[in-house]
Design a protein. Sequence first.
Length: 211
Amino acid sequence: MIEKISGLELPIIWTDNQRSFYTITRHLLELGHKKIIFIGTSIDSISSESERYKGFCQAHIDFKVPLLAKHRYSRYDADSLSPQYKPDLDFGHRAIHYLFDILEDLPVSERPTAIAAVNDFIAEMIISVAFERHISIPDDYSVTGFDDRTFASYLSVPLTTIAQPTNEIGRIAALELFERIKSPLLPPVNRKLDGQLIIRKSTQKPLSKVN
């Protein structure tokens, strides 16, 4: 299960989004990144994104690295885009171009050095748009995703991401189903499993940046 449905009293077997995103944020912090931004879609209304954002923040707290004043971007930021802004592109790519316009307008010393995307699809767009703009991944920005989709290892820059334990989720869910067929009145369980950090070429130690 990817998204938790409020009020649904059924067994839930899913990835621990908070702990898993903590893990991938810790990876960036351990590399030496101290200016990291979080990119989502609907962070406050999608429970999996909200949990991943909590993991992002908790890692910063534990490593005593202050969050940037503007450290999260979502559809809310992109919704303000004018229809005339790069109208030849689909909304997602327009939004990522807008993000890079913001970041690249900052003084070099103030730019983030890493981008933590809430999923692999957003990370793929970030890498694609960076290539179009001659921005180097990971020299200019390390990029991470979440899910370990099939394409993640085949991108122009193979993606560092979190692999969800889908096989184990399926195995446990099947066992739970059989148990409930035998004992329908069993109380619902809520099992969270840790994702696995997959390190590829999209992350590295930050290069020194000066004005």
